[in-house]
Design a protein around this ligand. Sequence first.
Ligand code: S3P
Length: 176
Amino acid sequence: MAGTTDTIVLVGFMGAGKSSVGRILARRLGRCFVETDDMITAREGRTIPEIFADKGEAHFRRLEEDAVGLLALKTGDIIATGGGLPCLEGRPAALRSLGTVIWLSGDFDTLYERAQRSGERPMLAGRSREEAERLYRAREPFYRQADLTVDTTALGPDQVAAQILSALAARERAAR
Ligand code: S3P
């Protein structure tokens, strides 16, 4: 049963607001907030751009796989995943087995602009806008397998968090 006490897993493309929204949800629900990117950087002792530069994307994806294994040991946390983490055969189902998966969607232009504004992102460095959009389109079918979707295009993080909380409360009522 999905509800406000389950683990919540946020998925979506870079720029979707997974970290900001996750932090707000954790505060509102009194839960721990976990980011798979932080699990990886803490374990490796290096930043994400350093990991990509030194060992490449394939190595980073293996670290994400390890992180997913560790997430299975947690209950009730709010988890923000890296933008590429759900995008592997079988991964959406693995995430759904952890709790309620929520896709923070949005139109590509908006997400791309936000992603350009904040942080260094190796998956966008050296990719044209068109290439980044192709990556987004290829990832959509994976994100779409979430339990819930919130379109973040015209919303700020507080509004997205409020929509998630009311959707979860409605699901909880329906399941009673
Ligand atoms: C990635 C997204 C990043 C981070 C890494 C790879 C991706 O996380 O995991 O740079 O493949 O889309 P955000 O979605 O938080 O930017």
